[in-house]
Ligand binder design. Structure first.
Ligand SMILES: [Zn+2]
Length: 429
């Protein structure tokens, strides 16, 4: 099942669509966005030099700093009269990135999300509980309009209100819920406290996004909720959720390549990497008028696979994102990602799938403290468990964390709304 025939078009047909849309996008960006006109002029390029997606590498990258420098609407290619909605990204520092959409842009976005839903196995007779936050964040309304485009039923509950979420899952028999991966687990805990086992409810799919999710975390969600966990990906600068999604084969996320053109580059040199090699995802929008974006550095690390998928879709698949280049933690010359700690945490039955990482500086020395939660029914030896976790962590991280705290079940704060915070960097404060 596909939402539209583009998803299974031949690579040649797809390329023709991409090249045509790219030429339009480049012309729109050059003629209507001063930033791009200057970028082209500095590089000695004109829109005529970009005839095909193969020419894209001639162009410099666009970065999140470019959005910041042109806050609020300097990257827009149309007048505000033609913008019918704005959203903003949730930046942790500084001003948010403001993004805008024409009516046609919203139509493209809705279709992209509808394709995602169908790929995730959602049908027009399904009920989708949307637990992403509504508002400036693109998750809530983005998912919402895709459900309506598909003709399924949307429950616009938004983030938080967890007991009510559980009641509605039960009373309306929601088939699908969309939320962050950490919230899916929290939902199961709250349901337990209410005496409800989510596995007994009709819920069959969790569409999760907005946070990185490791494979062990997905397995945990699937087991705790009795569901299939489907990863959806997107970012406000490009459109919001709906850039790519896993199909039911759960073997990589299909990127809707007629809307968003992907490249993977070496994060240090910016050079393209070989297919299948890991690097930073760079995206170019091919069907957006209000905010055309050329070669945007997402900061997300992934690989691309152009091989045929068993679902029949021909669109390239990207690996699910477990690390952003921004998330890389550097301590005493050693690099690691929070996701590496997450996979260790999930290996131990004695600890719950919640953790936090605290980075401190004592004198000139950095310290890493990791806090994990014991499961409710834990009854074994603490020191034995601590030793085993530390050993495993030092194998995976190539250094031993300075402190490992084992705390009672429920002691690590849960996040009901928005993205979960796992890393607390107290250095330099
Ligand atoms: Zn597939």
């Amino acid at each position: 099942m596909v939402f539209d025939s583009t998803e299974t078009a031949s690579r040649e047909e797809l390329r023709e669509v991409q090249d045509g849309r790219l030429r339009e996008t480049v012309r729109n960006a050059y003629e209507n966005v001063e930033f791009y006109r200057e970028t082209f002029d500095e590089a000695g390029l004109s829109p005529a030099d970009i005839e095909s997606v193969e020419d894209l590498s001639k162009l410099p990258f666009t970065t999140k700093e470019d959005f910041r420098d042109h806050y609020p609407t300097g990257m827009f290619a149309v007048d505000m009269d033609d913008v019918i909605r704005v959203h903003a990204s949730s930046g942790t520092t500084g001003k948010p990135k403001i993004v805008g959409y024409t009516r046609e842009d919203l139509d493209v976005w809705s279709k992209a999300v509808a394709r995602c839903l169908v790929a995730a196995g959602v049908g027009s007779d399904d009920v989708v509980q949307n637990a992403y936050g509504y508002g400036l964040f693109t998750g809530g309304l983005g998912l919402h309009q895709g459900v309506e485009e598909l003709g399924a039923t949307v429950i616009p509950i938004g983030g938080g209100n967890t007991q009510r979420q559980v009641e509605l899952l039960s009373d309306l028999g929601s088939d699908v819920i969309a939320c962050t991966p950490s919230y899916a687990l929290y939902l199961a805990e709250v349901a337990d406290d209410m005496g409800i086992d989510i596995r007994d409810l009709p819920l069959r799919t969790v569409i999760f996004g907005a946070e990185p999710c490791t494979e062990p975390m997905r397995n945990e969600i699937e087991a705790r909720l009795g569901v299939t966990g489907i990863d959806i990906y997107g970012l406000s600068e490009i459109v919001g959720p709906g850039v790519s999604v896993e199909c039911e084969a759960q073997d990589g996320l299909h990127i809707w390549e007629d809307y968003f053109y992907p490249e993977v580059v070496d994060p240090n040199t910016g050079d393209p990497v070989e297919e299948g090699e890991e690097g930073e995802l760079v995206l170019t929008t091919l069907a957006k008028d209000a905010l055309p974006v050329l070669r945007y550095r997402t900061g997300d690390l992934t690989t691309l696979d152009y091989g045929t998928c068993e679902c029949g879709r021909t669109c390239v698949r990207m690996d699910n994102i477990t690390g952003r280049s921004d998330d890389l933690i550097i301590v005493r010359g050693v690099n690691f990602y929070p996701s590496e700690i997450e996979s260790v945490v999930l290996e131990f039955d004695e600890i719950a799938p919640h953790y936090r990482i605290d980075l401190r500086r004592e004198g000139t020395l950095d310290r890493v403290e990791i806090t994990v939660e014991l499961v409710e029914e834990f009854g074994g030896s603490l020191s034995d468990l601590e030793g085993r976790i530390q050993k495993r962590l030092s194998n995976v991280l190539s250094f031993t964390p300075d402190e490992l705290n084992l705390v009672e079940y429920g002691d690590i704060a849960r996040t009901e709304v928005g993205k979960v915070q796992r890393v607390y960097d107290h250095r330099g404060q």
